[in-house]
Each structure stands twice: as C-alpha cells, then as structure tokens.
Design a binder for this molecule. Structure first.
Ligand SMILES: NC(=O)c1ccc[n+]([C@@H]2O[C@H](COP(=O)([O-])OP(=O)(O)OC[C@H]3O[C@@H](n4cnc5c(N)ncnc54)[C@H](OP(=O)(O)O)[C@@H]3O)[C@@H](O)[C@H]2O)c1
Length: 250
C-alpha cells in the first residue's frame, strides 16, 4: 500500500515540486489548492496517483470538507505538507496594508493551524504520521519589510517545536523546513504584484529552486521511523546574514 500525502498549495511552486517528488518516492498525493485548472494540469502530468482537491485553507468549511473527503477516500494521511502560504507587500509596518496582514495571518497562521487541528488526531490515533510545515528564514531572521510575513513564519516555527513537545510518546513526527531566497515560483509575483519587480528580486543570483525544497521534504520524510528532523534551514550560497543597522543623527 502506498503512503498518502496531503500537500497544500500544490497548484504552483514548492507544492507542485513536492507533489512530483513525493510521487517519485512512491506516495499517493492529494494536492490541495484553490485553482482547480492548475491541479488538473498536474494530474494530467503525474497520472492517477495524484488527486486534485479544491481547498481554500482560509475557509474553515472548505478545510473540513476537503479533509473529510481525503479521510473517506483513503485510510488515513501519512504525511501532511503544510505548504500553502504567501507574503504580501514589502512596505514598512507603518505603511503596510491591514488587508495584506489579515490575509497572511489567515493563510499562513490560521490556515496551517486548521490543517494541523483537523489531521493530527487521526495521526495520533494511528500512532503514525508526519507533519512537514513550510516555514521560512523570515521566521528567524528579521529584515526590513518582513514584519507580519516573518511573524507568521516565526509562529510556524514555534508551533512545529511545540507540537513535538505534545507528541512525546507517540510515533508522529513534525518538521519545519525554512527556505531562504527561492526562484521559479509565483511567490514574488504574489508578494509584489508585478512580474518585472518580481524578476528583479532574483537578478544576478543563483537562488534555491522548488526542487531543492522538495528534496528537503523527501529527505525528512524518508528517514527511519525513529528519526525526527526538527528543523531544516536552507539558503542559496548567494544569500547570507546582514549586520544590525545603526541610525546616526545627521
Ligand atoms: N519562494 C520563496 O522564496 C519562499 C521562501 C521561503 C518560504 N516560502 C514559503 O513556501 C510556501 C510556498 O511558496 P511558493 O514559493 O511555492 O509560492 P507560490 O508559487 O506562490 O505557491 C503558493 C501556493 O499556495 C497556494 N495557496 C495560497 N493561498 C491559498 C489558500 N488560501 N488556500 C489554499 N492554497 C493557497 C497557491 O495555490 P492557489 O492560488 O491555487 O490556491 C499556491 O499553490 C509558502 O508558504 C511560502 O511562504 C517561499
């Protein structure tokens, strides 16, 4: 029996790459997102082992129905990849849009939490399963304009660690994967709302690819059952830490 993975945000970027990679590892993949046409294109590419699921993680009823559908179609979920997420804007906090903050929190914090709350009890009951959350270096390393996006990923980081504390004594695993600059996805177009500005983010760099992130997901998921990888932080070589800034009076 092949293992069942539920991958959120499977219609683009990391989620599509993770779905491809997990299928290559022998998983049956349920790929969830809002855009059905994209999921159907992935189904045409990957075949009948890929199951499109329309789900908006910001909508409680949609998550409930979607997860109920998956658990009735399959025995249980072996691997949940909480990947759906987004950043909106790069304005300093004092100029940022509350609507953007609201949507980031609704998706990256509440949406992800809702998936965990719905899927985790079944994993504990079966004493088997793995939740892989997609965090970000933005959850640990502050940068100007990162404000609420970074805060949502700090939440994902701490939730992942706290889940480990609660799951002590069970065989359920939790991992937080924290990528740095990654190109070839829709992330910066969504964040900046302009393909040209988005392309400039990666100009002259050799960023991570979605396949690099999928590789990390596949690696943590295929460790022996006794091994829990708590956190993976990965960056392109072209990205590193900046120092603290000091503002001087003029
Ligand atoms: N790219 C980077 O540099 C980078 C770095 C670190 C972390 N990350 C994180 O990695 C994850 C994936 O990013 P990506 O680069 O692959 O971005 P992407 O190409 O924009 O893909 C985002 C995915 O999330 C889905 N999504 C967004 N809102 C959703 C909602 N309300 N309900 C269901 N699905 C939703 C989108 O599908 P639909 O629009 O079809 O719903 C899409 O499939 C995000 O959590 C992001 O924060 C990205």
């Amino acid at each position: 029996m092949s293992k069942i993975a539920l991958v959120t945000g499977a219609s683009a970027g990391f989620g599509a790459a993770i779905s491809r990679r997990l299928m290559a590892e022998g998983y049956t993949v349920v790929g969830a997102a809002r855009r059905l046409d994209r999921l159907q294109a992935l189904r045409a590419e990957l075949g009948s082992g890929f199951h499109p699921l329309v789900m908006d993680v910001t909508d409680a009823a949609s998550v409930e129905q979607g997860c109920a559908q998956v658990t009735s179609d399959f025995d249980g979920i072996d691997l949940l990849v909480n990947n759906a997420g987004l950043a909106l804007g790069v304005a300093p906090a004092q100029d940022a849009s509350m609507a953007d903050w609201d949507r980031m929190i609704a998706t990256n914090v509440l949406g992800l939490t809702r998936l965990v709350h719905t899927i985790l009890p079944g994993m504990v009951r079966r004493n088997q399963g793995h939740i892989v959350n997609i965090g970000s270096v933005a959850g640990s390393h502050p940068y100007p304009g990162g404000n609420v996006y970074g805060a949502t990923k700090a939440y994902v980081r701490q939730l992942s660690l706290n889940l480990r504390a609660d799951l002590w004594g069970t065989q359920v695993r939790v991992t937080n994967i924290e990528p740095g600059l990654c190109g070839g996805t829709e992330f910066s177009v969504v964040r900046l709302g302009d393909p040209e500005r988005a392309a400039a983010v990666y100009q002259g760099t050799d960023p991570l690819t979605a396949d690099d992130v999928a590789d990390a997901v596949a690696w943590v998921a295929t460790r022996p059952a006794r091994v829990n990888i708590n956190t993976i932080e990965l960056m392109p070589v072209s990205q590193a830490f900046a120092g603290l800034r000091i503002h001087r009076r003029t």
